[in-house]
Write a protein that binds this ligand. Structure first.
Ligand code: ASP
Ligand code: MG
Length: 702
């Protein structure tokens, strides 16, 4: 008896995905022989179609993706011959007539899979679907498949999906998404015991989870219900797949390659018991798929009422057989789907939020850990369940929509985390940037467009020109996503939130005084009778508190980033060039080696000591202050007037100044505004991995 397993493009997207597929096949092999039908690797069919249309720009990358898979899966001589075969297939594709180019994607993926199984010692046979599947001729297709498979006793038969030939023998395809149908043809021909469609979502869901995060898996449904869902836009199953399986009486299982033991859908002859199956959409039409149990007339008014409450005016609501069709303007399609889903499929008590954490240092780890430990309480308090669905450091990543407990050690792969997240993340997921990357911000707009929200503790993402900063904000807004980064200044202290209150209420900022450099606060507040200034800097460096080169802190770089964030949050379009920095050390110490720098710093000890004594004598303490204050025409030379003056410097603060009492790495901010002439003061711990993680978590949940 055969079991037919079909894998879609994202299930074979790269070497890791393919290995997962081979694990699943291995598991099924213990129950019987397997026919493995595969799509082309994700994006390949589109790439080949572009090629056929004369656009060769993606060709090199596509070839390289296949070669990268080969390099990861094979070693030694086998690697060479596999790579040669890939190159041969690409050459054949380029030589092929335009309308046949698209058929090479499935050849590539299945040749690789078959070869790998062979290497693993499995008796494998590669079946050429181009000779076996005859388009629009079921009896002939079935006859050929049976004959071909009778002639082999291999335990795994690997067959390309999608491709076939027509009655004249010319190679062609079964249409986009057609690999599902190929699998059904093999299953029906062989009277298979099981037909499994392995994809990247947990079965057929009550709605597309990328559009409706509350969608849930439908455990069982009739062939007819599945057909209706597929015909009205559910992309998870190619509609023609249903008929051959139904005629042969074979159940279709829709399963998730990325969570093999998780939820799935079984499509069978058992009649539906529920009134409604799901809500789908294609083009401008939303379809509420009903069963014979559904009361369509009552539902029609429920639909109107639901949309009215959501502030949506439908263009049309009508009954079509057992379904309700609703047309709305494209701009409101998603809110309409979500509202209808809520009415007909109930609110899930919990909303699930997938987190993708980039940066797995102290903060990233603390966050993953905190999410795990607080899940229960958070769910109770907020109705949201958080799940760490992906983590990455600078070298590798790991994604598992089922959630992960252990870190990056197991199952991680090399590659571009953002691309992988964009491929798979349901809309509404949260991307958390806990890295120190100076370039990751360039991908933020892609993430927003891909439907992700962003929470960031990476202040380097904001020390960029104002236009880029504004573009990032616009991308978030236009895609209806949130973008939060409270952690970038003053760790968990609500500094940005407090400025937002002012900005949103058109309060006018008069001044901001921010004592937000943890390193310098630590050094300046410890300085006095004891160790020299230089040795305090060294101690801070050794404690990992400073940047690897402490001059970045002493020079005010870190304070500058924070000031840019604060000012822009307050609505001031501050640029780096507008900020006058008075570094704590003379310019001559910046260009020398670290050793010479420390020696120079020791020589400056009398200067630091005197400044300290002067401050004491005036009843003050020295603090490193980043400030922004209203000052008409206060811009530095050559800069357009901003209406504000901005700077970073060491300042003497008197005893009644909140910063006077700061200790260690504490931070403080004073905000004076038209509504708050006596300042708002926020003060407290300015660093710490747990504080940062707590602040990120709050941004995620807010
Ligand atoms: N590779 C083909 C497509 O992208 C067939 C499939 O994946 O089902 O349409
Ligand atoms: Mg498909």
């Amino acid at each position: 008896m055969f079991r037919v397993l079909k894998f879609g493009g994202s299930s074979v997207a790269d070497a890791t995905a393919m290995s997962r597929v081979l694990d699943i096949v291995g598991g099924e092999l213990t129950k019987g022989r397997v026919v493995l039908v595969s799509s082309a690797i994700s994006g390949c069919t589109d790439g080949l179609l572009a090629c056929a249309a004369g656009n060769l720009s993606g060709l090199d990358a596509l070839r390289e993706r296949h070669l990268a898979i080969v390099r990861r899966l094979f070693t030694g001589g086998e690697r060479d011959s596999a790579a040669k075969e890939v190159l041969r297939l690409f050459a054949a594709m380029e030589a092929a007539p335009a309308d046949e180019k698209v058929t090479f994607g499935e050849l590539l993926s299945t040749r690789i899979l078959a070869r790998k199984l062979g290497c693993d010692g499995v008796a494998v046979h590669w079946a050429d679907s181009r000779n076996l599947v005859v388009k629009d001729d079921l009896p002939e297709t079935y006859r050929r498949i049976r004959t071909a498979l009778d002639a082999t006793d291999a335990s795994v038969i690997v067959a390309p999906g999608f491709i076939c030939s027509d009655s004249t023998g010319k190679v062609c395809t079964l249409g986009r998404g057609g690999s599902d149908y190929s699998a059904a043809l093999y299953a029906a021909a062989l009277k298979a015991e099981s037909l499994q469609i392995w994809t990247d979502v947990p079965g057929i869901m009550t709605a597309n989870p990328k559009q409706v995060p509350a969608a849930r898996t439908i455990p069982g449904m009739s062939y007819r219900a599945a057909l209706e869902m597929a015909e009205h836009g559910a992309k998870v199953l190619y509609a023609p797949t249903v008929a051959p399986a139904m005629e042969a009486g074979i159940d279709i299982e829709i399963r998730n390659t990325f969570a093999p033991d998780g939820k799935r859908t079984v499509i069978s002859a058992t009649p539906d018991t529920r009134a409604w199956v799901g809500v789908t959409s294609s083009d401008d039409t939303i379809c509420l798929v009903g069963t014979p149990e559904a009361d369509l007339t009552a539902a029609q008014s429920q639909v109107r009422e639901t949309l009215r409450t959501a502030g949506i005016a439908p263009l049309e609501v009508r009954i079509a057989e057992r379904n309700l069709l609703v047309r709305v303007r494209e701009a409101v399609e998603i809110p309409a789907l979500q509202a209808l889903h809520r009415t007909f499929f109930g609110v899930r008590p919990l909303r699930e939020i997938n987190l993708f954490i980039a940066g797995y240092g102290a903060v990233g780890k603390a966050l993953a850990d905190m999410v795990g430990r607080t899940a229960g309480t958070v769910a109770e308090r907020t109705g949201k369940t958080l799940r760490v669905a992906g983590i990455a450091d600078s070298r590798r990543y790991r994604i598992d929509l089922g959630g992960m407990k252990d870190g990056l050690e197991r199952n991680s792969v090399a590659g571009d985390f953002v691309d992988a997240v964009l491929d798979i993340a349901p809309k509404g997921s949260v991307f958390v940037d806990c890295t120190d990357s100076e370039t990751l911000y360039k991908r933020y707009p892609d993430l927003f467009r891909g439907g992700l929200n962003i929470v960031s503790s990476n202040r380097r993402s904001f020390a960029i020109p104002y236009v880029d900063y504004a573009a990032m904000q616009a991308a978030a807004r236009e895609n209806g996503r949130f973008f939060r980064y409270e952690t970038t200044v003053g760790a968990a202290l609500p500094m940005l939130e407090s400025l937002a209150i002012g900005a949103n209420s058109c309060d006018e900022i008069l001044s901001i005084e921010a004592v937000v450099s943890c390193t310098l606060n630590q050094i300046l507040s410890a300085y006095g009778e004891g160790p020299t200034f230089a040795s305090l800097v060294r101690a801070a460096q050794e404690a990992g508190l400073t940047e690897p080169d402490p001059r970045l802190d002493l020079g005010g770089r870190d304070a500058l980033r924070k000031l840019l964030i604060l000012a822009r949050e307050a609505g001031v379009q501050l640029e780096e060039e507008d900020v006058v920095i008075e570094p704590l050390i003379p310019a001559s110490l910046f260009d020398v080696s670290l050793d010479e720098f420390y020696q120079g710093l020791e020589r400056l000890e009398p200067v630091f000591a005197e400044a300290h004594r002067n401050a004491l004598a005036a009843g003050c303490r020295r603090r490193f202050v980043a400030f922004l204050e209203k000052a008409p025409g206060g811009a530095p030379e050559g800069r357009p007037a901003l209406g504000y003056r901005a700077g970073i410097r060491v300042q003497q603060v008197p005893e009644d100044h909140p910063a006077y009492h700061l200790r260690g790495t504490e931070n403080a901010i004073l905000i004076r505004s038209a509504f708050h002439p006596t300042p708002i003061v926020i003060q407290g711990p300015g660093e710490g991995a747990r504080q940062a993680a707590a602040s990120l978590l709050n941004d995620i949940l807010r």
